[in-house]
Ligand binder design. Structure first.
Ligand SMILES: NC(=O)C1=CN([C@@H]2O[C@H](COP(=O)(O)OP(=O)(O)OC[C@H]3O[C@@H](n4cnc5c(N)ncnc54)[C@H](OP(=O)(O)O)[C@@H]3O)[C@@H](O)[C@H]2O)C=CC1
Ligand SMILES: CC(=O)C(=O)O
Ligand SMILES: [Mg+2]
Length: 764
């Protein structure tokens, strides 16, 4: 080991100790989930109030799920006999791992955990203890218990208890590694029925994993299993029943012998037991899952340096393809708890395997890519298993598991609407993307053609991929065809969608058509025919002209150019809505609370009172289109005082609005914090806003609107969608420069919805 590596390791080790030791010590605490600040709260929480649910449960035992936290509480139980790959380090020393699992259960699936370390190695006594405490829990996760005792303990407890129970080192590992195996075999171009596999380790994890692979098609006779004494062959004596199942009729004795010419290596044993020579002796495109923790059977870098064709996974988070049971247990238990399953059966396990394997083949959301600080994640050698911070795991895996429990008849509760269940799962995780989800679902119901400008850019290409693969839109790419193709290649994005290059030969007819239109539109505004001919070769004109001619349904432009320079051709080509003199732009802000809207954030620098009236009217219309009732606050830095020039302007706009549109819920001038607060609003009983906070904010000028949303965007306290261009007859939006992938997807979704609305209006 080099000095630098030694130093890094020392620093990391110290950091791990400091992390655990910092106050509050450990990783888990208990937080009350009910109000407890008043005397009355306490009398409900404890005596005398608490006696009432006790008696209800006595009468009706299943109501324990209604009156206590049991249904969302899992025990993580160990006796410390096989802690990671560290071996039998004892119950107390296993506590950091069990607390760690508690943390993972909570952050990934919102499941509460009590970690329980039992100082008992006798399997029957251990079983008695677990049975004794089982009534506390909705589920039990056994962890780091060594084989062969682990098999007996799990089997007995499954027979005796009727709640979800699983030894995670066995089945969690089996599920994740089976998903990874399915996908890596696809990459290697090999069939599970044909491959020769060496399993190193014959303990809890190794036996369960191999059994699951066999149920997926692996041939038992193609498996060589090794334990600490070498290959489990017919010459071996005193084998446990689980090892006897894998006895091979061979004279091979060592791991080294076994590996020669094999296709797959599964390591569930101990760190650093595979040498580069052993790896070199494997067949072409060898699959190596070195899963021992914390040190794999062969280090990732060493394996990569040994052969280029290795398809590799480890149990570690610091290398590609982490095959770790964290991808499974939170979601398997979530699904099982939500239907109050009586156990975790084979159907549920297989459902989890396929859900995880399939997820790795879907396009990866930007949030995941950002979380891992990589440029792209795409199914292949470096990514064949989802990443732990992928928030789709909870919807895909938990619902697959819950469904399998229902279908196989071991669920006490049923789920009828799985879309609704998935929404609940996401809400449970506190990611308030409800409106975005609703918008995307509406878009998917009737996707429209959306053309994306600046398609040479990674973010635009990635957004196109998501729009296409999620079925939100039929995207097309506008730009330099050759360069776009080069960029797709460079970023590893494969997408079979139209690429529209304004100067390409195949656009000759369109150029002619568009030129005539452009010239007609602009001939009395200083444009001659020659200029029109030149302009249609520019994408800034070509895109709007496509839209004008109905050759696309919506347009998203401006990723890498200044807003006004991209807006100009749009305004020259696309007609205004009836009665609209000046267009304006609105931002939608999505925080933990309800969505709010800001206008005009991007176009009218210093609007007059009349302009503000129009902006408010357009904003009202746009907010309504999201099925939200607009409550509009005309903002100023005074409350109903009209002292400063700005406030006078706003007050004038308000009086015009009140006179012309008496039904509109709009008032001001008012400060934003007052408009958002029911108590403050009650100081102004005359206001049309009443005491319900406003959700739409019309700013007195562009600077205040633009800077306000940019602060929110910069602080990352809310998701920002926009600028949504208002007042045009067709859906076109100009992005903020260097928008994120999500921002592009969201704005394109808005364009799809707009196109849908216009289509249904026209068909009426
Ligand atoms: N990445 C992941 O998600 C997971 C990884 N693991 C890892 O798998 C390993 C085993 O865990 P688990 O099954 O729970 O533990 P067990 O104690 O049940 O099994 C350990 C097995 O490893 C074998 N073994 C020990 N040393 C060697 C060696 N030098 N060569 C071959 N086999 C050896 C033992 O052999 P013998 O039978 O002769 O004693 C035993 O069969 C650990 O490193 C653990 O971290 C486990 C679960 C999940
Ligand atoms: C990940 C895990 O459970 C183990 O290494 O034991
Ligand atoms: Mg474990």
């Amino acid at each position: 080991m080099s000095n630098k590596t030694q130093r890094d390791e020392k620093n990391f080790n110290q950091a791990a100790l400091d992390y655990h030791k910092s106050e509050p010590k450990g990783k888990i605490e208990v937080i009350p989930s009910k109000p407890h600040s008043s005397q009355r709260d306490l009398s409900l929480a404890y005596s005398p109030g608490v006696a009432i649910p006790c008696l209800e449960i006595e009468k009706n035992p299943e109501t324990v799920y209604d009156y206590t936290g049991k249904g969302n509480l899992v025990a993580v139980i160990s006796n410390g006999t096989a802690v990671l790959g560290l071996g039998d380090i004892g119950a107390e020393a296993s506590k950091p791992v069990m607390e760690g699992k508690g943390l993972l259960f909570k952050i990934f699936a919102d499941i509460n955990v009590f970690d329980i370390e039992i100082d008992e190695k006798d399997p029957d006594k251990f079983i008695e203890i677990v049975k004794g405490i089982a009534p506390t829990f909705g589920g039990i996760n056994l962890e780091d218990i060594k084989a062969p005792e682990a098999f007996y303990i799990e089997q007995k407890l499954k027979e005796e208890l009727d709640i979800p129970l699983m030894h995670d080192d066995q089945h969690g590992t089996a599920i994740i590694s089976a998903a990874a195996l399915i996908n890596s075999l696809q990459i290697a171009g090999k069939n599970i029925e044909d491959v020769r596999m060496v399993v190193n380790g014959a303990g809890a994890a190794a036996v369960a994993c191999t059994n699951l692979y066999i149920s997926l098609g692996l041939k038992r006779e193609n498996v060589l299993m090794c334990d600490s004494k070498g290959v489990i062959n017919h010459k071996r004596e005193n084998l446990t029943p689980e090892k006897i199942d894998f006895v091979a009729h061979t004279d091979l004795e060592t791991l080294e012998d076994a590996l020669k010419g094999s296709d797959v290596f599964i390591g569930l044993s101990k760190g650093n037991v595979m040498t580069p020579e052993m790896l070199s002796s494997m067949a072409e495109n060898p699959i190596v899952f070195a899963l021992a923790n914390p040190d794999p059977e062969i280090a990732y870098d060493l394996a990569m340096a040994t052969r280029k064709d290795v398809i590799m996974a480890t149990g570690r988070s610091d290398y590609p393809n982490q095959v770790n049971n964290v991808l499974g247990f939170p979601y398997i238990f979530r699904g099982a708890l939500d239907v109050q399953a009586k156990g975790i059966n084979e159907e549920m396990k297989l459902a989890a395997v396929h859900a995880i394997a399939n997820l790795a083949k879907e396009p990866v959301p930007e949030a995941v890519i950002l979380a891992y600080n990589v440029q792209n994640l795409q199914f292949g050698r470096e990514y064949f298993i989802p990443k732990p911070f992928d928030n789709r795991l909870i919807t895909k895996v938990s619902s697959a598991v819950a469904k399998a429990a229902i279908d196989s008849g071991i669920a006490r509760k049923t789920i009828t609407d799985f879309d609704e269940y998935e929404t609940q799962l996401l809400d449970r995780m506190g990611r308030d993307e409800k409106l975005v989800r609703m918008m995307q679902n509406r878009a998917k119901a009737n996707p429209k053609r959306i053309t994306l400008g600046n398609a040479e850019e990674y973010n635009v290409l990635k957004a196109a991929q998501i729009l296409y693969e999620e079925g939100i839109a039929y995207p097309s790419l506008l730009g330099d065809k050759k360069y776009i193709k080069e960029q797709m290649e460079r970023f590893g994005i494969t997408l079979d969608i139209p690429i529209i290059d304004p100067s390409d030969d195949d656009q000759k007819e369109n150029r002619k058509k568009y030129r005539e239109t452009l010239w007609k539109l602009r001939q009395r505004k200083g444009m001659n025919e020659y200029k029109a001919k030149r302009y249609v070769r520019q994408r800034d004109y070509f895109g709007p002209l496509m839209l004008k001619h109905g050759d696309t349904d919506g347009l998203i432009v401006g990723f890498s150019k200044n807003y006004t320079s991209v807006l100009r051709p749009v305004l020259e080509v696309i007609e205004r809505e009836k009665g609209v003199d000046k267009v304006a732009a609105m931002m939608m802000i999505l925080s933990e609370k309800k969505p709010i809207f800001f206008a005009d954030t991007s176009i009218n620098q210093n609007p007059t009172a009349e302009d503000l009236v129009n902006i408010a009217k357009m904003a009202e219309h746009t907010v309504k289109s999201f099925a939200i009732e607009p409550r509009i606050a005309m903002l100023g830095f005074e409350n109903f005082a009209a002292i400063s020039e700005t406030s006078k302007k706003v007050a004038k706009a308000v009086s015009i609005l009140h006179e012309k549109f008496p039904k509109m819920i709009v008032d001001g001038e008012i400060q934003p914090d007052f408009a958002m607060n029911a108590d403050h609003l009650s100081d102004y009983p005359f206001s049309k806003l009443g005491t319900t906070p406003a959700n739409t904010f019309i700013f007195p000028n562009l600077e205040s609107a633009n800077l306000s949303y940019k602060i929110i965007r910069g602080m990352k306290v809310a998701q920002v969608i926009g600028p949504i261009l208002m007042g045009l007859k067709q859906p076109v939006h100009v992005l903020q420069m260097r928008s994120s992938v999500d921002e592009i997807v969201n704005l394109a979704t808005v364009a799809v919805l707009d196109a849908q609305r216009r289509e249904s209006k026209n068909s009426k």
